[in-house]
Design a protein around this ligand. Structure first.
Ligand code: AMP
Length: 135
């Protein structure tokens, strides 16, 4: 059965995409840790990163670096990249993905809780992130 993220990639569940390319896509997390939180998701479906095709893994670095730079620019913040590799590590959607999260406050700031977007705010972040992605 396809994962939620496979359905988003197939267009069966709506999402605000930052980019959609051959091997990787990125879309806004609907329940962000901080505003501007983006998910970097492979089209290939595997619960664990180690199960992804070689080609997908080889392309990861360039996409991660470019997406982190876009989030850094739009959020005017530093950035965390988080992988929850398996349910005991906090993974809820069993389709490997990276969280790209704007961050401020330094080493001792809490990394928990969620930000609630106001009406239209997630879409506005997506517009700005798409523009930064396109450079
Ligand atoms: P994880 O716990 O690493 O599996 O993260 C799953 C993430 O997917 C969470 O941060 C959720 O807020 C996010 N999420 C759940 N449903 C959706 C959705 N329909 N569109 C975008 N993000 C989602």
């Amino acid at each position: 059965m396809p994962s939620l993220f496979a359905k988003i990639i197939a267009g069966e569940v709506p999402a605000q995409f930052v980019f959609q390319e051959r091997l990787w896509v990125a879309f806004m997390d609907i329940k962000p840790t901080n505003p501007g939180h983006v998910l970097l998701v492979p089209r290939a479906e595997s619960p664990f990163i180690s199960g992804l095709p070689e080609e997908t893994l080889a392309a990861l670095g360039a996409y991660a670096a470019r997406l982190v730079a876009a989030v850094r620019q739009v959020a005017a913040a530093d950035v965390n990249v988080v992988l929850n590799d398996g349910p005991a590590a906090g993974q809820v959607v069993p389709h490997a993905h990276f969280h790209v999260i704007p961050r401020s406050g330094g080493a001792h700031a809490p990394f928990a809780g969620h930000y609630a977007y106001r009406d239209g705010e997630l879409e506005r972040w997506a517009v700005r992130l798409r523009a930064a992605w396109d450079g």
